[in-house]
Write a protein that binds this ligand. Sequence first.
Ligand SMILES: Nc1ncnc2c1ncn2[C@@H]1O[C@H](COP(=O)(O)OP(=O)(O)O)[C@@H](O)[C@H]1O
Ligand SMILES: [Mg+2]
Length: 253
Amino acid sequence: MEPMLSIKNMVKRFGGLVAVNDVSLDVYPGEVVALLGDNGAGKSTLIKCVSGVYHADEGEVYFEGQLVRFSRPIEARRHGIETIYQDLALANNLDVGSNIFLGREVKKRYLGGLIRTLDNDFMLQQSQMALDSLGIHFPDLTQPIESLSGGQRQAVAIARAVYWDAKLMIMDEPTNNLGVPEQRKVLDTIRTLRERGVPIILISHTLPDIFAVSDRLIVMHRGRKVTEKKISETNTQEIVQYMVGALDDTREQ
Ligand SMILES: Nc1ncnc2c1ncn2[C@@H]1O[C@H](COP(=O)(O)OP(=O)(O)O)[C@@H](O)[C@H]1O
Ligand SMILES: [Mg+2]
């Protein structure tokens, strides 16, 4: 089977700091790959180099077998890579519907296309359907995002990915700052996407969640990939050893 996503020898520097150091990884259709590591390990930087937020200094990204180089996040989204960022790339002043259609707004045409305005009714109706299909209920979709809770914002980001039929979903700490019922909902959504064959890169610190939903684990330490394991081949204690740098498959033992 061909990988859906292939990262080859990626390097990203910030001045003298090597945030991502020669990382390669593959993601296959229908699998959940967990990306783990201590704070500052380079996880967010790595995925931002895939999704077009940052440009890698070295290395290549192949998506569906094609060499890609996204200069902006919207280009990655148009290819089917939906990313839910740790710091949530939602527009705070816009409502739920407008966020789901952000960068892909639907317009109404008048006078044979001479006049075009945003089709807010259509976007709201479609957003309602996307949220309903995930079992998420909002009292009022016209509320601006800034008035929503963390969990509701995550839900909007996830609904956006589902609505646009993501081919690859990247989730950077999606259950952070969420209450327990909302965390469950996110985990259920991960399982639903996986059943639909959508591969997911999941960044999380919550090891029980990782072990509950992932197929494979990749651990980063100080910018480098230090191990890659199937869930069935490892356990929490061993993964923690890799996360703190006590174990490292790339080092001479
Ligand atoms: N925009 C930036 N400018 C400078 N340094 C950065 C920037 N983003 C991240 N870093 C640094 O890169 C390293 C990796 O950060 P990050 O990818 O956010 O780690 P993680 O997501 O694993 O916690 C850290 O040392 C962090 O301080
Ligand atoms: Mg991070």
